[in-house]
Design a protein around this ligand. Structure first.
Ligand code: PEP
Length: 255
């Protein structure tokens, strides 16, 4: 039985004061009896240290939204995995579609980051997903297969069990149009089959695959309780304590 993982990707939202407000709100609204569900908060870099500090004593883990694959040096604007760990991060989102779309990140580049995160002891949440155009061209399977193979290149079975994959159809991100539970389950099954091909069935069964794309309080339960959906990567709905806590509750409530 895989645990469910709910991660909130705050993106470029919430300054210092708002970070405190949101985490205080979550402390009040989330039932800390999480029944094994993992909850991760991923604020912007500038709020990570504060978030780690005020989340102490709560079940919330902290994650970065990106990192570079070098330890230090002349890489203006970048942040290293060691720096993330140093401010209390256990997780890091890698290969988000916005990084691919606006900052030109490729599967090969993301793969280098995934390897580095694992080597540093961070758990990467690695994103894949097709665009609307690709879905309409009926090439979702091809696109997602290429991405998964690319981001996991030369990663061992032992390491693949440590990371989290997030299937995030680009057309569902921030659009209010979520994949139906059936559409999500279909792609998650495809990814798990691919993992079985690459790493064997036992390993594939253990890998956590989150769904992301317009997950909200009112659609979370149906998405989260698909057999191969092991949690959610949440954007917009994680920015308010009540909506994020309702999603967490949907993951903890037995269906
Ligand atoms: C995301 O950015 O990873 C995401 C899923 O966003 P939203 O929930 O707003 O669609």
């Amino acid at each position: 039985m895989r645990t469910k993982v709910i991660a909130g990707n705050w993106k470029m939202n919430k300054d210092f004061r708002q970070t405190e407000e949101l985490i205080d709100g979550l402390k009040k609204s989330v039932n800390f009896d999480l029944q094994g569900v993992r909850v991760i908060l991923c604020p912007p870099f500038t709020s990570l240290e504060l978030a780690s500090r005020i989340a102490k004593g709560t079940p919330f883990a902290i994650g970065g939204q990106n990192m570079y694959f070098e330890d230090e040096g002349a890489f203006t604007g970048e942040v290293s995995p060691g720096m993330l760990k140093g401010v209390g991060c256990q997780y890091v989102i890698l290969g988000h579609s916005e990084r691919r779309q606006y900052f030109g990140e490729t599967d090969e580049f993301i793969n280098r980051k995934v390897k580095k995160a694992l080597a540093t002891g961070l758990i990467p949440i690695v994103c894949v997903g097709e665009t609307l155009q690709q879905r309409e061209q009926n090439i979702t399977e091809q696109v997602v297969t290429t991405q998964v193979r690319g981001v996991l290149k030369d990663i061992s079975a032992e390491n693949v069990e440590k990371l989290i994959l997030a299937y995030e159809p680009v057309w569902a991100i921030g659009t209010g149009r979520n994949a139906t539970p059936q559409q999500a389950e279909e792609v998650h099954v495809l990814i798990r089959k691919l993992l079985a091909e690459l790493y064997g069935a036992a390993t594939a069964e253990r890998v956590i695959i989150q769904y992301g794309g317009s997950v909200k309080a009112d659609n979370a339960a149906d998405l989260l309780w698909q057999p191969n959906v092991d949690g959610a990567l949440v954007g917009g709905a994680c920015l308010k304590a009540d909506s994020f806590s309702a999603i967490i509750e949907a993951a903890t409530a037995k269906k």
